[in-house]
Ligand binder design. Structure first.
Ligand code: GAR
Length: 214
């Protein structure tokens, strides 16, 4: 079986990267992680890639004068490696127009909120302040707008009495580790059709919702 050549881009801890590595270990999984790129040299997640024997490139954004130059360097590395799909997993640099358009439909991100709620930072604090009953995560195709784009998989978790940001973040992270492998399986398996802002998964309107909010 030909497996989709996937790159994972990280900036930090890399727990989602590790979840994707574990998923790709299944013999029937339709993707392989062929490359990991970090824009942060100290990112501890790099270790996960090294342990799994995956090639790593470190591309510090600070080495480039402009975003466009940074993105051109990323693009060159990704294309030279024959990458067909990019998964952003805690990659904390905003990617802009040219890059996003060039990879349209081949660039996915995980965000720790139930989009369109809470794009941007501090999602868990904002969910608590808004007295939400559910929080969660979204895996979505990236568009030229921060944390926006058609959602493939969304996983909800309850907000519980006594939650603080850390407790809620940990519960959401567990959901992220289920949602991202599922989304990668669907996309790499050719089961997701993107037309404009609409998504179909196995011929039905998306997104897939795990633990759906009743
Ligand atoms: C994850 O919670 C991910 O959803 C979030 O960063 C964390 C990375 O954790 N991403 C964003 O906030 C992007 N807007 P990880 O490095 O352990 O995967």
């Amino acid at each position: 079986m030909a497996r989709l050549k996937t790159a994972v881009l990280i900036s930090g801890r890399g727990s989602n990267l590790q979840a994707l590595i574990e998923a790709c270990a299944a013999p029937d999984f339709p993707a392989e992680i062929a490359l990991v790129i970090s824009n942060v040299i100290e990112a501890s997640g790099i270790e996960h890639a090294i342990k799994a024997g995956i090639p790593v490139r470190i591309v510090p954004h600070r080495d480039f004068k402009t975003r466009a130059e940074f993105e051109a360097a990323l693009d060159k590395i990704l294309r030279a490696a024959g990458i067909e799909l990019i998964c952003l997993a805690g990659f904390m640099r905003v990617l802009t127009g040219g890059f996003v358009d060039a990879w349209n439909g081949k660039l996915v991100n995980i965000h720790p909120s139930l989009l369109p709620d809470f794009p941007g930072l501090d999602t868990h604090r904002r969910a608590l302040e808004a007295h939400k009953r559910f929080a969660g995560c979204s895996v979505h195709f990236v568009r030229d707008e921060v944390d926006a784009g058609p959602v493939i998989v969304q996983a909800a978790v309850p907000v519980l009495p006594g939650d603080d940001e850390h407790k809620l973040a940990a519960r959401v992270l567990t959901a992220e580790h289920k949602a991202y492998p599922l989304a990668l399986r669907l996309v790499a398996g050719g089961r997701v059709r993107l037309s404009g802002n609409q998504i179909e998964i196995d011929g039905k309107p998306g997104p897939i919702r795990l633990n759906p909010v009743a």
